[in-house]
Design a protein around this ligand. Structure first.
Ligand code: CMX
Ligand code: CO
Length: 145
């Protein structure tokens, strides 16, 4: 079903501080910045390879409000950041969505929503995955170089 681990989503209380740590100290490369109002996040996508050809990126997620999914996650975590989700990349969201439902998985949204750069995303609730929030993501069509 899954192509690879697309990214690990890290909840961060302070985006500037998190970028300093991951880019300046760890040496990750900043690929993309975006605010997604629907998801309630200010996000940064970090990678090591050529953009568009990335495997296992890091997604930094700062909450746009305390009531957002990431805001609540940080609050429950005593105000600290942490691993908020793991995202599996798929090539065909509609096919994987149908197969997962057929196999009894509970997807969060009835239909995919918009994620990073127009990716199509859905989630499986941590209650039905043994405690880990799983994102399923179909990246947008590869950009032309
Ligand atoms: N990982 C693991 N467990 C989590 C969790 C997470 N990220 N978020 C919540 N939980 C657990 C809580 O610990 C809690 O467990 P207990 O009942 O045992 O205490 C339970 O789930 C309910 O917690 P909650 O704070 O009431 O959280 P909600 O039910 O309101 O929300 C969820 C949980 C998954 C529905 C919500 O986080 C959500 O809608 N997530 C999908 C959207 C999202 O995360 N967007 C940000 C990323 C966007 C992107 O990647 O582009
Ligand atoms: Co994500």
């Amino acid at each position: 079903l899954f192509v690879c681990i697309d990214h690990i989503g890290l909840a961060v209380p302070d985006m500037d501080e998190a970028l300093r740590l991951h880019v300046d100290v760890m040496g990750w490369r900043l690929l993309h910045r975006e605010q997604n109002q629907e998801q309630g996040v200010d996000e940064a996508m970090l990678g090591t390879g050529a953009q568009g050809d990335e495997n296992a990126m890091i997604q930094l997620l700062a909450p746009l409000s305390p009531e957002s999914a990431v805001g609540k996650f940080i609050e429950k975590n005593g105000g600290r950041g942490g691993i908020q989700h793991i995202a599996y990349r798929v090539a065909d969201m509609d096919a994987v969505d149908a197969t997962l439902r057929e196999r009894g998985a509970t997807l969060l949204y009835p239909a995919p929503k918009s994620g990073t750069g127009g990716a199509r995303i859905n989630f499986i609730h941590p209650k039905s995955t043994g405690g880990v929030l799983l994102e399923i993501t179909e990246p947008p069509a590869a950009p032309h170089h």
